[in-house]
Design a protein. Structure first.
Length: 327
């Protein structure tokens, strides 16, 4: 038996309950991992509320790190005793132990601590596929401007650093002066407090009226229209989250007059659909973190039993950087 945070039905944070659940043995293509730390992400909230529906009951959590305790038939890339981490593989990370598909589990370099790994796998691989694979026409070159919403969050702070390492000028938005300073300290070339400034006007001023080649938007409903207005002709809006709610339906015809714009709704799980793809993204992330170019900021730690409070704080925008749960 292992302790886990489970919901019986969709709803608010009060649905998160600490329970004892059987763990069992891994089957073909599976591993059993004992967690040392688990990550907190907005996707956990989407799954809790039913925005991303799953069968009930459900153990939440999509990111974790720990030690492999058992491997099922056919698993060869990790073995018993290996340090390991994952950011894909489906919910179940809010637990002391779990059995899960081995495909998304990656061997963790000794130089990266468990809590760091749990704070960076889903977030860091998200930044990897966005900055390296989700690109506007002609790609991105050193000196190009990119706009990144929620730049002081866990994904955002990794993006600020990684974009700087790639030579891009990241314009980051955040909801307070303190968060803006944090983004700037982590490599954002420009910051905008969207609570006190019009981010569209500021982006136009920063770029000399041209706009940016690409907007990376995890906020959704509240920023979607403004994000389109920040793009230069043939620019790309990469929508990858809904922290303010899902984007309302819109007429594709509006994209023409705005400059023949591109819009994509992207997700990590498409890019991590194969063992090779997952490992390639993880290797790139491990490399940039090990080099020191990207540092993972863990600003909040909660006991696993306090997962409900952790989600409340995340939704209330009280958190910065990454948050981990400790079983």
């Amino acid at each position: 038996m292992a302790k886990a945070i489970q919901i019986q039905k969709t709803g608010g944070p009060e649905e998160l309950k600490l329970v004892d659940l059987p763990v069992g043995e891994p089957g073909p293509g599976e591993v059993r991992i004992r967690h040392h730390a688990c990550g907190l992400n907005f996707i956990d909230v989407y799954q809790r509320t039913g925005l991303y529906p799953f069968p009930m009951p459900l153990v939440l959590g999509n990111e974790g790190a720990g030690v492999i305790e058992a491997v099922g038939p056919g698993v060869t890339h990790v073995k018993v005793g290996d340090r390991a981490a994952y950011g894909t593989g489906g919910p179940g990370a809010y637990s002391e132990q779990r059995v899960m598909k081995a495909m998304g589990v990656c061997k963790l370099p000794d130089a990266i601590a468990f809590d760091t790994a749990a704070a960076m796998m889903l977030k860091g691989m998200t930044v990897q596929y966005l900055l390296k694979r989700t690109l506007p026409q002609g790609g991105l070159q050193a000196g190009d401007f990119v706009l990144w919403h929620a730049a002081a969050g866990g994904v955002g702070l990794i993006a600020c650093q990684w974009a700087k390492a790639l030579g891009y000028q990241l314009i980051g938005t955040a909801g307070s002066d303190e968060k803006c300073r944090l983004a700037q300290e982590h490599g954002a070339a420009h910051v905008i407090n969207y609570k006190t400034e019009n981010f569209v006007e500021r982006v136009k001023a920063i770029t000399g009226g041209k706009g940016v080649k690409v907007v990376y938007d995890s906020v959704g409903k509240d920023t979607f229209e403004g994000s389109l207005d920040c793009l230069r002709p043939l620019g790309l809006l990469a929508s990858f989250g809904n922290s303010s709610g899902p984007v309302a339906p819109f007429a594709p015809g509006i994209l023409g007059p705005k400059g023949s714009l591109y819009v994509t709704r992207c997700t990590l799980f498409t890019h991590a659909a194969t063992r090779e793809g997952t490992q390639a993204m993880a290797d790139d992330l491990f490399s940039v973190v090990s080099s020191g170019a990207v540092k993972i900021r863990i600003a909040q730690r909660y006991p696993l039993a306090d997962a409900a409070q952790a989600q409340r704080d995340l939704e209330a925008r009280k958190t910065t950087g990454s948050t981990v749960l400790i079983p």
